[in-house]
Design a binder for this molecule. Structure first.
Ligand SMILES: *Cc1c(COP(=O)(O)O)cnc(C)c1O
Length: 367
């Protein structure tokens, strides 16, 4: 039997750093530093600095990071926040948690990211912020987005949950807007061993506000300035992330190398990802397109190759967001991509043999 090829294999990575991880976790137990603590605050500093930001506020998910960043810039009941429909639902949920309304704009068909040419038509008197998503590991066109935001006096918060270390014009994700929000969900490019997230910013007020909100709105112990949340990061996650951050540059290069092997072998066969001008794509996901996507997925599965769909249904067509009143046809690019996209196995430790097998399997499918 040929070896199956998983979509993501976290076991290979753990095997390569087992001693470091086990020692870091042991230290947390020895110090009983279970919530926040030194491991978390050291990681906050290192991760923010790595992305060109002064402050990092570690929380317990990417969703929590988005929620607190939006609250910290003053998003409230009835405000509108412009975002995209082709993302993980958490992007829109964070807007809804503030009592605000997600307003969607369609995306570019080659990068799958927010199309800046469509933003101004979506701006109303209620619009307060733009929340672009750097989908699959490639940053949105931040130069154009920031220009529009400045013209209309809007804040920009970046959803960087898939774009650790990604760059646009030499600057890293999260350093363009007033805040960048990251997820450390285990399968993300930098993954914890549980839930985790972070807000990074150069604005001290946003950092302070988020820090209070993540811990019940307290300005000091038992003094509550705001009604806040329990969104603190656990010590164990800070310890794991503190070890893994030392390897993330290398792992990112391995993802890029894997993507270039896929590109070489598949570019004549299917639509492969496009790295837009000025971008450094970090390939959280490697996306191809096929008009016979569902059959291709089955064909790969029959050969023991796992693949994924990110995402099969855009948010404006989800039942949860029926009340916004959108309908099929409102965002044709996002809707067409949802039908045609397929995510191939992508993680740093994929072998050349595995990459070749995936490509051979795709070539053996009648497009
Ligand atoms: C993963 C992800 C989130 C949510 O992060 P969690 O840590 O799972 O809460 C938000 N937005 C995008 C684009 C994501 O990929």
């Amino acid at each position: 039997m040929a070896q199956n090829i998983p979509f993501v294999d976290l076991k290979r990575q753990y095997a390569s750093i087992k001693t470091e991880i086990n020692e870091a976790l042991q230290k947390i137990m020895d110090n009983t530093a279970f919530i926040l603590g030194d491991a978390v605050s050291n990681f906050e500093k290192d991760f923010a600095a790595m992305h060109g930001c002064k402050y990092g506020v570690a929380v317990n998910s990417g969703t929590a990071a988005l929620h607190l960043a939006l609250l910290s810039i003053g998003i409230k009941q009835g405000d509108e926040v412009i975002t995209v429909p082709n993302t993980f639902i958490a992007t829109a949920e964070a807007i809804s948690y503030c009592g605000a309304i997600p307003v969607f704009v369609d995306v570019n068909k080659d990068t799958y990211n927010m199309d800046p040419a469509l933003i101004e038509k979506a701006i109303t008197k209620k619009t307060k912020a733009i929340l672009p998503v750097h989908l699959y590991g490639q940053m949105a066109d931040m130069e154009s987005i920031i220009k529009i935001a400045e013209k209309h006096n809007l804040k920009v918060v970046e959803d960087c949950c898939q774009s650790h270390l990604a760059e646009f014009n030499g600057k890293r994700a999260g350093s363009f807007g007033v805040a960048g929000c990251f997820s450390f969900y285990p399968g993300k490019n930098l993954g914890a061993y549980g839930e985790g997230g972070m807000i990074i910013t150069n604005d001290e007020a946003i950092a302070q506000h988020s820090k209070m909100l993540r811990s019940h709105g307290e300005s000091q112990k038992y003094v509550h300035k705001y009604i806040g949340y329990n969104y603190r990061m656990e010590g164990f996650q800070g310890a794991v992330l503190g070890v893994k951050i030392k390897h993330i540059e290398k792992w990112t290069e391995q993802r890029r190398k894997n993507a270039s092997v896929y590109n070489q072998l598949l570019k004549e066969v299917v639509k492969t990802p496009i790295e837009a001008n000025g971008n450094k794509h970090v390939y959280h996901l490697y996306i191809i397109e096929s008009p016979k996507r569902d059959e291709l997925m089955k064909h790969l599965s029959a050969l023991g190759i796992s693949s994924g769909l990110h995402y099969p249904m855009p948010i404006h067509l989800q039942e949860a967001y029926n009340f916004l009143g959108y309908k099929a046809g409102d965002f044709p690019v996002a809707e067409a991509s949802a039908r045609n996209i397929l995510s191939l196995p992508m993680f740093p430790e994929l072998t050349d043999e595995e990459l070749r097998k995936v490509c051979d399997a795709i070539k053996g499918f009648k497009q």
